[in-house]
Design a protein around this ligand. Structure first.
Ligand code: ARG
Length: 584
């Protein structure tokens, strides 16, 4: 991986990479340390950094290696270099490594205005609009929407951590023929009282019933179309109820998202998209000879780009999903002048997204190239014990209950938990999120409640447990506080411990983990990192004890390291939108 600029002030390991690059460049002139720097990679197990010599195209690796080895002298940064075929392997000097990394974690977490270890400023001055979740009012909130919510929430945090100005946006499915249908059905099946109680649920019930009617009686469908036409024409009497439905649904969603630690800067929706640009898009495509008229409906032909044909406007003149996306994108650009806009939408809609991206490109908007579809695969098997999930609050409730039952199995521990309902809900949600983000986005996966609730293996509960355990050290060792300032903590005992070194090196890689996530737009690398860190801590736990360590210097150094580990673990969890727990 190439890093164009080293920044030791936010990533201590950059300082070590620089040191290696300088030493190698000095031995291999005319190579510059910049050229070498981009070739300093993480080493395989047990090796800090590795350089593959053939990349420099300067002759035989053996000769190059011999030159580097001949000049090498161990110092505060680089302790040793070894030659292995085409590779040079480097070990950093443990005491400097440990001191620099822990000092940086500590100061960027506790001594800066906002905790920022792991963050960078690569996106400074740039704006990104991230659209995610985007459920349809009156239809079910399916697991696809949940994935969009989880991945989108992560991306919003990630871009912020990389210095971007982020606008997070929920684009509700709050418009379309189905609202004509619901309006028709509401007259027969609707209840103001039920609506107040749970708008999302009630509208769905009405929708299901009236759909049945429409299947049996074409007149219901026709009535629905007429109703939606009135809505599109701005007929206030047709819009009155719809407004209430939308408002109540959003209110309920805000509560549920809050439970998930997810928030939006803007709730927009298909209903908010103006007509103007939808018309202009049609005109422009017509000019390009891409529009076909089929019985009064307008169809765009994108076959030369292998994107098929798509309806842009129905015969009765009403808009559809595709046109609204075109108009919506243009309006968003006018409002935000974004440098980038991301749509977090299931891969089932790959074609739809590529169609409207293509149309915007054909309309010659220069920013069309900055649109990005972040897609993801299907989730199978997520049903609650009562059956198929239809609503988000069912998933949340079930996650809490499953976890609560699991915790009750350990009676003694359970009694010690202060607020078991809340704690189990939080752990349950963590379990759901971790399962969702553990693998590459594009993979389909089968949701598994047993795995979700398990404290063993790479699960959400395991991560929360690791965080709680680290948080408990401070509570259990009040005698070691206050800790001396970092420069006065004696780290000699850490420098000779392979356990400590492994933990600290991992902490040092966190800023890179964030950068790589930015490159791949994937949460899975962060999840993997958090598990590696938790495992390393877990193996050190019995060896590097704090309580019971009589040498107070040693105990304090370990405590400091565990505190830093907790800070990094917690910030990685927060990046994934998880709320780390201090007790359970
Ligand atoms: N509401 C849509 C659905 O549930 C998802 C919207 C995705 N975003 C977009 N701009 N098309 O299928």
């Amino acid at each position: 991986m190439a890093y164009s600029a080293a920044d030791p002030s936010t990533c201590a390991l950059d300082g070590f990479r620089t040191a290696i690059a300088e030493r190698v460049a000095a031995a291999l002139s005319p190579l510059t340390s910049d050229q070498v720097y981009s070739g300093v990679d993480y080493g395989k197990k047990g090796v800090d950094f590795t350089i593959a010599l053939p990349r420099f195209k300067m002759g035989k690796p053996d000769d190059l290696a011999a030159k580097v080895l001949a000049q090498f002298k161990p110092d505060d940064y680089v302790e040793s270099v070894t030659h292995d075929k085409a590779f040079l392997h480097f070990q950093c000097t443990s005491s400097t490594l440990i001191r620099n990394i822990l000092t940086q974690v500590h100061s960027l977490t506790h001594l800066s205005p906002t905790p920022c270890y792991g963050s960078n400023t690569l996106g400074k001055g740039k704006k990104v609009v991230i659209e995610y979740s985007s459920p349809n009012i009156a239809k079910s909130f399916h697991v696809g929407h949940l994935r969009s919510t989880i991945i989108g929430g992560f991306l919003a945090n990630l871009y912020k951590a990389c210095g971007w100005d982020v606008v997070s946006m929920n684009y509700l499915g709050d418009w379309g023929t189905q609202f004509g249908l619901i309006a028709t059905g509401f007259e027969k099946y609707g209840s103001a009282e039920e609506l107040k109680k749970d708008a999302i649920k009630h509208l769905f019930e009405v929708y299901v019933k009236v759909n049945k009617d429409a299947d049996a009686d074409p007149e219901v469908k026709a009535e629905a179309s007429r109703w939606f036409k009135r809505m599109e024409d701005g007929d206030e009497s047709a819009l009155k109820n719809w407004r209430i439905w939308r408002e109540l649904s959003v209110k309920k969603y805000i509560e549920e998202y809050d439970r998930l630690n997810i928030a939006f800067d803007e709730y927009t929706g298909e209903s908010k998209v103006g007509k103007e640009w939808q018309d202009k898009a049609l005109a422009r495509l017509d000019e390009l000879g891409l529009i076909e008229d089929v019985d009064g409906a307008k169809i765009v032909n994108l076959e030369q780009w292998k994107m098929g044909r798509a309806v842009l406007r129905k015969r009765d003149g009403t808009s559809i999903y595709l046109t609204r996306d075109i108009g919506g994108a243009i309006e968003r650009y006018e409002k935000y002048q974004f440098d980038k806009m991301i749509y977090v939408v299931s891969s089932q809609q790959d074609l739809h997204l590529s169609q409207f991206f293509k149309i915007l490109e054909l309309m010659q908007f220069p920013w069309a190239a900055s649109l990005q579809h972040v897609n993801y695969g299907l989730v199978q098997g997520m049903s609650t014990r009562k059956g198929t999930v239809v609503f988000l609050d069912q998933i949340i409730k079930e996650a809490g209950q499953v976890m609560h039952e699991q915790m009750q199995k350990n009676e003694e521990k359970y009694k010690a938990v202060e607020d078991p309902e809340n704690v189990s809900l939080e752990i349950g949600i963590t379990g759901v999120k971790i399962q969702d983000m553990a693998a590459k986005r594009i993979n389909n996966y089968t949701f598994n409640w047993d795995r979700m609730k398990s404290f063993e293996g790479d699960t959400g509960p395991y991560l929360q447990y690791a965080h709680v355990r680290l948080s408990s050290i401070a509570r259990k060792n009040p005698n070691l506080y206050p800790l001396p300032p970092p420069s006065q903590i004696d780290i000699a005992s850490l420098a000779t411990s392979s356990h400590a070194r492994e933990i600290v090196f991992l902490l040092g890689t966190y800023p890179d983990v964030v950068k790589v996530a930015m490159k791949t737009q994937e949460p899975s690398g962060v999840v993997t990192f958090l598990f590696r860190l938790s495992h390393a801590i877990s193996s050190a736990w019995e060896v590097l004890v704090v309580k019971g360590e009589e040498d107070i210097q040693k105990a304090r150094a370990r405590l400091w390291m565990y505190e830093c580990a907790r800070d990094v673990l917690g910030s990685g969890m927060r990046l994934l939108s998880i709320r780390p727990l201090d007790r359970m």
